[in-house]
Design a binder for this molecule. Sequence first.
Ligand code: ADP
Ligand code: MN
Ligand code: MN
Ligand code: MN
Ligand code: MN
Length: 339
Amino acid sequence: MAKVKSKLEYIWLDGYKPTQSLRSKTKIEENFSGKLEDLSNWSFDGSSTEQAKGGSSDCLLKPVFVCPDPQRKNGYLVMCEVLNADGTPHPTNGRAQIEDDDNDFWFGFEQEYFLYDLSTNMPLGFPAGGYPKPQGPYYCSVGAQNAYGREIIEEHLDVCLDAGLNVEGINAEVAAGQWEFQIFAKGAKRAGDEIWVARYLLERIGEKYGVYVNYHCKPLGDLDWNGSGMHANFSNTLLRTAGSKEVFDKVCEAFRPVVKEHIEVYGAHNELRLTGKHETASIHDFSYGVSDRGASIRIPVLVPAKGWSGYLEDRRPNSAADPYKVAARIIKTVKPVQR
Ligand code: ADP
Ligand code: MN
Ligand code: MN
Ligand code: MN
Ligand code: MN
């Protein structure tokens, strides 16, 4: 039988600060089974990604998630953790910080982002040298005067679904050229893996259109345009079976003394976004409330309706945050809480 040469795209996060970017390279392998356990570690030049010194430049890539690459013949996408040459987790490896052995934590991330025109460096829908009409009509809009870049986001949705990623929905957002996708997974590592692979696919699709993804949380600065978040919806058995308001209060209160620790991993420049305006809470405060989109943590309206069981939405993580680090921190805060 003829040998199939598979294209394995090894994907990892570089060491850039304050926001890590995606890197990838292709490995050709004969007759790859499609299974994670059949993937071998690989290496790369860490001195070109701010992850090592030139004198001992090799970092290791450890495959942790694999799925088909629907846009490439015989292709697979291979999400990797970065390890030091001795096999220990590299300091830039947020996934290795996740303490969640039993996948009791479920996460649903809402990834917001802007699509930017490479030739103007402005969001799609922004006329050259000016601004489109003010916010109002764009959120969940239809029509060429309101929704910009639909062919890109539709292609992205199809590719994510074909890859087997658990996208739960997409929508046009409040600013022109701003969109959102949601991904849900049981297990923090899986949720982070799928968000990163979905980001990778979005950026790669954008290449064809001369459009890039701007993950900055407040790309239009102080003007009256919304920023981009990555709301983290989460639950564990305690929340899913709480049955009382007291449990929800207890979990929310556990966040109050560790605001600084959370904000540290909730994405760069969040002080520009968490102003108390544009459906955000101030970065200096901590608050929670039912159905409150101006709170740090929102208790979805369905929770009291379902006898106080369900999940919470931390609205503070921003579009540029690393979902691995966000999830790791939420687990650290919530796991010790007992009924
Ligand atoms: P909104 O825009 O109103 O804040 P979305 O519908 O965009 O809400 O996102 C809500 C997210 O919450 C979805 O991604 C969904 O998967 C997630 N979610 C729902 N139930 C749970 C749960 N029990 N645990 C964790 N996440 C959940
Ligand atoms: Mn080389
Ligand atoms: Mn949403
Ligand atoms: Mn949104
Ligand atoms: Mn939300």
